[in-house]
Design a protein. Sequence first.
Length: 394
Amino acid sequence: MRFRTLNQALTAIALTATTGLVLSGPAVADTGTAPGAAGHPGLLQREADAIHGTGVVSVLASVAGPDGRRSARAGVADISTGRPVPLDGEFRIGSVTKTFVATVVLQLAGEGRLSLDDTVAHWLPGAVEGNGNDGSRITIRELLQMTSGIYDYVNYLPLLASAAGFQASRFHTYTPQQLVALAMRHQPLFAPGTSASYSSTNYVLLGMIISRVTGRSWAQEVNARIIRPLGLRHTIIPGTSPLIAGPHADGYSDLGGNTPVNVTALNPSAADAAGSMISTTDDLSRFYAALVGGRLLAPAQLAEMEATTAAPGGAEGFPGARYGLGLDWFPLPCGGYFGHSGGIPGYSTWDAVTPHTGRTVVVSITGDEGKDTQGTINTLVDQELCRTRSAAPR
């Protein structure tokens, strides 16, 4: 599902069996007096409080649609000072980055500059080879939809192997080639196109392909094609900078121990095109609404992105969940929604957008997830997307 948090990675190692949003205007707190709150006073705040009650450090939730935009917060932005979570706070979005990267790849396909059926070896000769890996047998489409069979380098990062590994490598700079090389130490999980398994290596490779096709980095292309045209003023690709420059809640993890540690400062090059970006709830709402609304992709490419297959493990294993090209599809009691989750040490993000309405939900949490955190987030998403669906334009 995502570039996982340290706590999730440690759990996976212990089990030994896992792999790894048209809207504008300032946010208003969900106090019951928010303009356009659709007659649901305090509901979003109660839902945010419920997520906080599962043990996370902080919660920031935003809902946007034809009836306006509302935000709620719970917990604290800084354990030492108790300062509140900024409603316009920036946060690391982890694997939500993948949807931005997939959008650029599909734009390039629509421009005829690459084909989704091109092989990895065509654009990156020699990058995927050894230990049974063969880039001449893997297509760009298979990278996008997690059906390449390539091992997930995230499982091999010292950053996520242990608390000591995190502290020793949190400021280390990785090149994309180094990240792919970590994956090449392992045999593929299956022959390309025969199964599905979530692997961030796929998206590091896609970032490299974007650079080879355009002559510019994937970050430059995302900025030029998505961030600037949509006016996403608080969406940032930090490169190797370890800081979150704008207002933000600090990220925390217990690093496998019992006491939360501030892990906000982190060199995100370890995530690269698979999960290094920073954004806000408002910017992500704008992005996902524009994407499914057809403002970023031509109809043929949007249809490719939204064509889904059985989801490859992890949290995509929700009953009925499916994976497209950089997008998940999740069922709702009232239909379904597209989105993509993201996690990186200290931060987790959940995005949801209903097709045809552009109604969005974005949830950002800090701290390690508790036992019921994901289920409580699901409840918020289900209630917020379904309760107004009949009133939204179709």
